[in-house]
Design a binder for this molecule. Structure first.
Ligand code: 9MR
Ligand code: ZN
Length: 557
C-alpha cells in the first residue's frame, strides 16, 4: 500500500563488517565503559588520540549471541576515567571508531533528540533562524472536516507535531510522546534547565516545555465541545514523498475513541501539573480540558476503539481495551487534584493490565508514573502492586540483558517494528525501578541500552540521525528525503532492526534467516525498519535526561 514513492537510488543490502562496537557519543568519566568485540580477541589496548597506549586489558569471552549470531568478547575499560579521545585496538590490530570520554559528551545527542520535535512542527513555518538549512514553509493549515459528515462544519486543528515519517497527527501517539518528556522533566529537571535549543521563544519556559506546549495546544483542538476527543487528524491516505506544505489533500477528523479521550485526559492533567506556576493560564485550560474529557469517559464507560474506515490507510493506533488508558487518566487527575473520586476509580481498576507498560498502546506504567511523581498519598495496595510490577519486569529484562552479547534487554521476538522503542522502554523500566527501590541496582543495564542505541549493536549504527560517525542517514521521514539536502535532519531515533519486516524493499533486502538484530537497512524506503516516530524519540529523551542528570549529581558530590 505504501510503495508508491519516488526514490533517489536503488537500496543496497546492508553489510555489517564492523569488528568492534563502541558508544559513538562516548562515555562518562565515572560510568561503566564496555566495548563489544566480535572477532577473537584476548587482549586489547586503548590508544589516545596521539597513538599512545593509555590502558591495556583482557577481554571476557561471552560466547555466541543468539539475536545476532555473533561470537562476542567484552572489553571493559571502566577504570579509564581521564577525558580524551580514544580508540580500542585488539591484539591483532583491529580498531574501533574513535570515541570520547568526558563530562559533557551526551549534551549534543540530548539536545538533538529534543530539537527533533521542532523540525516536526506542523502548521508552522520553520524559519532559517531556528531551522538553518532545514527551513521550510508552514503546512497543513487548511481546515479539517469530520469524516462521514457532510463537510459543512470546518475545524481548525492546525499545529502539533507530525507523527513520524508520515504527516498524520494521532492523539494517543502524541499523548505518549509528550508524557515521556514531561515525566523526564519532572524526574530530571536540572537536565533541561540549561538546555538551549534555538527554537522560537514563548516566555521563560525551559525549551522542552515550550516544545511540548506546541503539541499540547494542538491536542486541545482535538477535543469536541461535548468532551469527546477525535482519534486522529490525517488525510485519507499517506502523502507521497513530498515536503509537508506540498501535501494539500483534505484533512479529516476521525471518530472519537475512548482511548484517545483517556490519553488526552491524562496528558492534559499532567500538563496542568507541570505548567502550573510557570504558565498558569495554560495550566487552567489544560485542567479544564482534562476534567471535561474525564466526564465524557465516565458517561461512556464502554470501550470505543478505532479502526480505519474503508479507503483510509493512515495509522490506526487501535487498541484492544481501554482499562490501562482509563487508569492513566484517573491516576493523573488524582495526582492533579487529590480528589477522592479519582482514587475510588483507581481502586476499582486494579486488574487486567500491567502497571509498568510505558508505550503508546499500553500505558499502565504511565499511570504508575503519574502516581509515583504526583506527590499524593498512594494507597498501600496500589503502591505494592506498582512496585511489584516494575520489579518483576526489571528482573525479567535484566535476564535478557545478561543473555545478550550486545547487552540489549530485549528478547529475539522483540525485534519487531520499532524495536528501538523496546530497548528504550527497557531502559526506562530500569530507571524507574531503581527510583522506586531507592537503589542503583540497574545502572549497568541502563548504560547498556544507551550504548546499544549509540553503536553497540550488531549493525554498528548509531540509531540517532546526526549523532555519531557511523549513524543512520536515510530514515523513512518525508521531509528528510524531499528536502534534497544531503545531510539528514539530526536527532531522530530510527525504528531499528525488525525480524519480521513487512515493507516491500525490506523483504527483498533482508535475506530470510537473517538473525533479528541484523534485520536492518539504512534506507528511506524501508519503513518497517527505518522510520522515525515521536514516541521513539521521547523515551530516548527520558534516557538521555537521566544521564545528563547522573553526571550533574557526580559533579556535585
Ligand atoms: O508501529 C506501528 C506498527 O506496529 C504497525 O504494524 C504499523 C502498520 O499499521 O504501523 C506502525 O505505526 C505507524 C503508524 O501507523 C503511522 N505513523 C508511523 C508509525 C510508525 O511506523
Ligand atoms: Zn504539517
Amino acid at each position: 500500500m505504501e510503495n508508491n514513492y519516488f526514490f533517489k537510488g536503488k537500496p543496497e543490502p546492508a553489510v555489517f563488517d564492523r569488528e568492534i562496537f563502541v558508544n559513538q557519543s562516548g562515555y562518562l568519566p565515572h560510568g561503566r565503559k564496555r566495548a563489544v568485540i566480535k572477532v577473537p580477541c584476548e587482549k586489547f589496548n586503548i590508544e589516545n588520540e596521539y597513538g599512545t597506549v593509555v590502558y591495556s586489558g583482557e577481554t571476557v569471552h561471552f560466547g555466541k549471541d543468539e539475536c545476532s549470531g555473533d561470537d562476542i568478547y567484552f572489553a571493559d575499560f571502566s577504570d579509564l576515567c581521564s577525558e580524551g579521545r580514544y580508540t580500542v585496538v585488539t591484539e591483532r590490530g583491529e580498531r574501533s571508531l574513535e570515541f570520547s570520554i568526558g563530562d559533557n559528551i551526551y549534551a549534543p545527542v540530548f539536545d538533538k533528540l529534543v530539537k527533533a520535535y521542532y523540525y516536526l512542527r506542523c502548521g508552522s513555518e520553520l524559519c532559517a533562524e531556528h531551522a538553518g538549512q532545514f527551513a521550510r514553509p508552514s503546512c497543513h493549515n487548511s481546515s479539517a472536516i469530520e469524516y462521514g459528515s457532510d463537510g459543512t462544519t470546518k475545524y481548525d486543528v492546525s499545529g502539533g507535531w507530525h507523527d513520524a515519517g508520515d504527516y498524520g497527527r494521532y492523539v494517543t501517539a502524541g499523548a505518549c510522546a509528550a508524557a515521556h518528556m514531561l515525566y523526564a522533566y519532572k524526574l530530571f529537571p536540572t537536565a533541561f534547565e540549561t538546555q538551549r535549543l534555538g527554537i522560537p521563544n514563548d516566555g521563560g519556559l525551559p525549551d522542552v516545555l515550550k516544545e511540548v506546549k506546541y503539541e499540547l495546544l494542538w491536542l486541545l483542538k482535538m477535543q469536541r465541545t461535548d468532551g469527546a476527543v477525535w482519534h486522529k487528524a490525517t488525510t485519507m491516505t499517506h502523502a507521497q514523498f513530498v515536503m509537508p506544505h506540498e501535501d494539500t489533500a483534505q484533512m479529516y477528523l476521525f471518530a472519537p475513541s475512548s482511548i484517545a479521550a483517556a490519553d488526552f485526559t491524562a496528558i492534559c492533567a499532567l500538563g496542568a501539573e507541570v505548567y502550573r506556576g510557570k504558565d498558569d493560564a495554560f495550566a487552567d485550560r489544560l485542567a479544564a480540558a482534562a476534567e471535561k474529557a474525564w466526564l465524557w469517559l465516565e458517561e461512556n464507560p464502554e470501550f470505543i476503539g478505532f479502526q480505519n474506515p474503508e479507503g483510509c490507510n493512515t495509522g490506526s493506533y487501535g487498541e484492544r481495551n481501554d482499562i490501562d488508558n482509563r487508569f492513566w487518566a484517573a491516576a493523573q487527575l488524582y495526582s492533579l487534584t487529590g480528589e477522592q473520586k479519582y482514587l475510588d476509580r483507581l481502586n476499582s481498576m486494579m486488574i487486567g493490565f500491567s502497571m509498568c507498560d510505558l508505550g503508546y498502546g499500553t500505558v499502565g506504567g504511565l499511570g504508575s508514573l503519574a502516581l509515583l511523581l504526583g506527590g499524593r498519598k498512594i494507597p498501600e495496595r496500589l503502591y505494592d502492586r506498582i512496585k511489584r510490577d516494575f520489579n518483576s519486569k526489571a528482573t525479567e529484562l535484566k535476564g535478557l540483558y545478561s543473555s545478550c552479547g550486545y547487552g540489549a534487554a530485549i528478547g529475539g521476538w522483540q525485534f519487531n517494528w520499532g524495536s528501538n522503542m523496546n530497548i528504550l522502554k527497557a531502559a526506562m523500566t530500569f530507571i524507574i525501578t531503581d527510583r522506586i527501590n531507592g537503589k542503583h541496582q540497574y545502572t549497568d543495564c541502563i548504560t547498556a541500552q544507551l550504548d546499544y542505541l549509540l553503536g553497540v549493536n550488531a549493525t554498528g549504527y548509531s540509531f540517532v540521525t546526526g549523532c555519531g560517525e557511523f549513524c543512520v542517514k536515510n530514515p523513512h521521514l518525508r521531509p528528510a528525503y524531499a528536502d534534497n539536502i544531503d545531510e539528514c535532519i539530526p536527532g531522530y531515533v530510527s525504528g531499528g532492526p525488525n525480524g519480521n519486516p513487512s515493507d516491500p524493499d525490506a523483504l527483498i533486502l533482508v535475506p530470510k534467516g537473517t538473525p533479528p538484530m541484523k534485520c536492518f537497512v539504512d534506507d528511506v524506503s524501508c519503513y518497517s525498519l527505518n522510520e522515525i516516530t515521536i514516541y521513539w524519540n521521547s523515551p530516548a529523551v527520558f534516557l538521555l535526561a537521566y544521564f545528563m542528570n547522573e553526571n550533574k549529581k557526580i559533579d556535585e558530590d
